[in-house]
Design a protein. Sequence first.
Length: 791
Amino acid sequence: MPKINIKINTVKIGKKFNILLLFTQQIYMQLLEEIDGFLKTFGDGMLKDRISYSLTRDRYDSIYYKKLNMKKIGRFLSAEKSNKYVYFHFENYDLKVEARGDGVFKFSWTDGPKLPVENIEFDDLQLHDNTVSVGNYSISLDENGLYLKDQDGKLIYQGYIPDFNEVLSQSLRIFGDDLFSGLGEKAGPINLRGHVYRLWNHDAKGSYGPDSDPLYLNIPVLLHLHDDVSYLIFFENAGDATVDIGFSREDKVTFYFKSKPMVYYVITGDIKSIYSKFSEITGKPYRPPYWAFGFQQSRYSYMSSAEVRSIVDRFNELGIPLSAIYLDIDYMDEFKVFTFNSDRFWDVKDLTKYLGERGVRLITIMEPNVKMEPGYTIYDEAVKNGYFIKYPDGNIFYAPVWPLMAAFPDFSRNDVREWWGKKYDFMKKNGVSGFWHDMNEPAIFVAWGDNSMALSAAQSNGSHSEVHNLFGYYMDKAAYDHLSKTERPFILSRSGWAGISRYAWIWTGDTETSWKEMKQNLLTILHMSASGISLTGCDIGGFVGSPDAELFIRWLQSAIFYPLFRVHSNKKSKRREPWEFGEKYLGIIRDIIKLRHSFLPQIYSEAISSSITGIPMIRPVYWYSSNPDMLLVDDEYLFGDSILVAPIFSEHSTSRIVKLPPGLWYNLYSDEKVFGEIKVEAPLNMIPIYIRSGSIIARDEGKLILHVFHSEEGESAKIYIDAGGEDSELDISVSKDGKINIHRGSSIKAVTIKFHGVYVKGITINGNTKYIEDNLFEIEEGVNELQLIFQ
Ligand code: GLC
């Protein structure tokens, strides 16, 4: 702690009290030290640090944090075309309008900190009578705001003229029975309408359940569906904001921002194309390694190499697939990032070798907080080079987290990211394969007030108040940029911002263990999808609490197609490795994990496809149906276009209703063709899964098998197959009359096909007919065409 003498100061404690400090800070600290010592037996031993930080933060913020004080917008004066763009001139601001004919619009009212979005090219706009036109769209303006319409005059979006003062507010019109989704990670219902949310990355303080807000990752992005039309609005803003979605006024959504800029995009088109276009602005998901989609086992904390070995051995003995195992904070030496505890993990290199021989990767937690300890290399280097975030007067920002007082690298700087990224080499040298970025909101242990950084702390891209929501994003970028030079990294992050999938995966953090939270996880993941985030998952079984076998199994089932498939739990939770629930359930748990592993080729292919298109993998049912009845289906999800999962979310339930999007669907287990609304039996060992007719699904069943689900119109797919870190492409189509065309990358040899829904008697290749059994046959290398012989 830097020592600062103050004789008299006014300090805010929480929002409620103002107390006059009559002591010098040193005397005050001494007193706290006494109290802290006394409390140590039952407190966390950080009382002094927590209070000292909270006081220091309040003092700095009272001096340096300034609220906005913006001029009103004033009257509209004129419109002008300048180069390709159009300016709407108001008394005090010029609104710049940029647009693309395919439905991307950008509205810039003010400048502000530079945020990580791509500069996309816009089209040449036309301006007549204060109306802008581009492609099939027009934007007009009146005293009520801006109207975006399609060529038939249908109103897609209406945004009111913003109001500027101490906050920047922008309202949007609600039309009727509208649906809203997005805002990043939200523990709300499928339709966020009627609620108020805050956009401020926030540590949920160890445990949360439905409706808790805000959580770790927030993005000012909202998908708005009304009358069959949809658009997405995305604000380039990384500061504190509140969004009122028809709560105060039924007909309006209002975003309130406490900092600049006021720049936003409106993107329209069909839903999938919206996410492709959005990803051009915020970045596409990266290509993760194949192994990352396998089953991952974690716990806070596996305490020694010996313990990790014995768990991995047990997985092996029991024949349960395991892709990775995690080390939580206790592997470190006094919670110092980039260290290993030498008593318990002295042999980490041998450990990772041992795991590697068994096909298991080691993933370690990484903290953004660097222990304040002269002599600790990471700390010393950062102090010497000025890499830590500072208060505006140049003092380093210190705050307590796991390692007690710690400092925080300014990840917004290129040089700091480069320095930090290279530190991962030490972990790699020890054989660590993946990294788990926690506490990167950043989380801070406070005595009162917001549990993050002081608003006035200065970062290279702005004050913390302006760029808070980007802290985790830039930490992820630091690791990704370095690691991706030599491999496809695995980075799991708790916090982030728009476009985070270009660097990391996101999990929903410290959820409580309960039936309702298991379902909430799905909704939160769907809101993340609606925010353009593709690589998502949750702590299977919940973080805080101990699920019984039924809840654990249902949770594992619900997550069967979540990109991240990881069990994790808190220190006090009962052990949760697959065998911990007893012999009776072990078989069921093993089968679920095996089922997941059999789908890895399909999951991987979808992830690569998502990295190309920018479209998130987990999707709500309403993407696929215009039926208003399907809008609020909140207990099912689609993985890609072809797989529908309808988990069991209620205790003691062994059946449920499944609402299927239009078309014919196949029951995964029985091949029964179903449509519409059906009732399905789902005993504890069963997850209702349906495959869309017309799709082709890749599975690993000892060898790669492509499952073709027959439809009257034929079937086709583009499948990306992992070829040792590279992707090989396979294009396959089956025409109505049974002609197969297949094109595959050179690394893909023979391909096995299994037909569903129609009896295939044989195949003809180059005039030679061969009869087959079980609808199963092989297409040998070099064969690109063949004819099916149906019954
Ligand atoms: C945070 C993380 C949790 C982790 C714990 C200890 O609460 O969200 O996953 O186990 O810290 O590191």
